[in-house]
Structure formats: structure tokens, C-alpha cells
Write a protein that binds this ligand. Structure first.
Ligand code: 5RP
Length: 227
């Protein structure tokens, strides 16, 4: 289903010559692979990718998709389209992202995309975000204690994300920590994105509320519904 919905998004929305934001995760990777397949078989040309993580950059390199920085003059700080997954989607199409830890670059690319297409399975649709799947908050290590205190003052429960086994805390592509935050009762996601972003030491959060995405939902029947 992940592959089907990602292929649908690419086949519907990616056109020759586009600057395309390449998302991160087990669904978005299929979009990168589909773009690579179309380029290899001559169905798409002139595509330039902007990666949202080291992982998506490596996958694009493997497939021969040219990758540039958002700062490259050829990109000019904006992509035509970004395709990415999400951890939760509410009825207003607010998102939680960052389950894979790539939230900073994902948000930078999504918020600077002319069009943002989200690819999810139906199980990601929820009535409220923030109470189920934890909101990832990327925190500058030096600010850890201060940020945790500020989160508690907002009524949030938190855990510092650790790797599996005896590995220490997860370190992001930007050298920061990830704190997974849950609110015991529903919060206003738009307000909370702003409030969390104002805490000194918060590098980025997984609330994506200030863009209006097109959401492609893979249904158990195999069909794709667009919201
Ligand atoms: C990574 C992300 C992913 O897009 C999100 O976690 C969904 O991943 P998947 O498609 O593997 O369920 O935000 O930081």
C-alpha cells in the first residue's frame, strides 16, 4: 500500500523539469524510487531533487537523481513540489511528522514547496493529533534541561528518544536530540506549533500546521483517495 500510494503521487503530480522535495520514511522512499524509475526509462526528464535527510539523499544518488541544496541558485530556496509521508493527519489536514527524525529538513522543504503532497495509509488519519503518536521535538543538546522544564509547564509528557539496545540518545542529522512529546488531552495544533517554537533551544517540532497539503490516502481496497 505504501508503494501504491507513493507511485500514485508521483505519477499524478511530478512533471518534467520540476524541482522536487524528496521526503523521508518507508512510504516516501517509494516516491523517490518511482521518480528514479521514470527517469531511467525516459518518462521523466530534467528533475532535480532536494533531499530531506541523508537517507533520502543516498537513495536519490543510488538511483541517479541529481540532488541539490535549497541554497543552490538552480533551486533558489523553493521547490515546485514536495512528496513526503506523515505519522498522523487530522481532519483539518494538520500533520505530525518526524517519526523518522528528519523533521527539520522535512519542514524546511515542505514549507518552501509550491505544492506539498503527503502519502499515507488510511490508518494515519486521526480525529486529533498530539495525543496518540508522540510529537517529535528536536532540541539543541545544551538546552535539554530548560526545554524539558518548559514542556512540563505546557502540560506535556516527554521521553528522550534512544536508539535500540545499549545505544545512547538518537542524534539527528543536525547533531541535536529528539524529545517525543505527548499531550494528555487534545491541544490546538496551530497554537502549539507556535508555542513550542518559541521555547529557546527548540530547533524544530513535528507539528506541520501552516501549510495546506494535498493528502493521498491508500485505502485497504487498494484505491487511493485524495483529500
Ligand atoms: C520521517 C517522517 C516520515 O515521513 C513519517 O515518520 C512517516 O513515515 P512512514 O512512511 O515510514 O510511516 O516524518 O521523519
Amino acid at each position: 500500500m505504501k508503494r501504491r500510494v507513493a507511485f500514485h503521487a508521483v505519477d499524478t503530480h511530478v512533471k518534467d523539469g520540476m524541482r522536487v522535495g524528496l521526503g523521508t520514511g518507508s512510504t516516501a522512499v517509494w516516491a523517490i524510487r518511482r521518480i528514479g524509475e521514470h527517469m531511467r526509462e525516459g518518462r521523466l526528464s530534467g528533475i532535480v531533487g532536494v533531499a530531506t535527510s541523508f537517507a533520502s539523499e543516498m537513495e536519490a544518488h543510488r538511483l541517479g537523481i541529481p540532488v541539490r541544496s535549497l541554497n543552490d541558485p538552480e533551486i533558489g530556496g523553493e521547490v515546485d513540489l514536495a512528496i513526503d509521508g506523515a505519522d498522523e493527519v487530522d481532519p483539518a489536514l494538520h500533520l505530525v511528522k518526524g517519526g523518522g527524525g528528519a523533521l527539520f529538513r522535512e519542514k524546511l522543504v515542505a514549507y518552501n514547496a509550491r505544492r506539498f503532497v503527503v502519502v499515507v495509509e488510511e490508518c494515519k488519519l486521526v480525529p486529533h493529533i498530539g495525543t496518540g503518536f508522540p510529537i517529535p521535538v528536536e532540541v539543541v543538546p545544551e538546552a535539554r534541561a530548560c526545554v524539558l522544564k518548559a514542556l512540563e509547564a505546557l502540560g506535556a509528557e516527554w521521553t528522550i528518544r534512544h536508539g535500540s539496545g545499549k545505544q545512547g540518545p538518537v542524534v539527528t542529522d543536525n547533531g541535536n536530540l529528539l524529545v517525543d512529546v505527548r499531550f494528555p488531552s487534545p491541544v490546538d495544533p496551530e497554537e502549539m506549533e507556535i508555542r513550542l517554537g518559541l521555547i529557546p533551544g527548540v530547533y524544530e517540532t513535528g507539528f506541520f500546521t501552516r501549510i495546506r497539503p494535498t493528502v493521498c490516502v491508500g485505502l485497504p481496497s487498494g484505491e487511493v483517495r485524495t483529500l
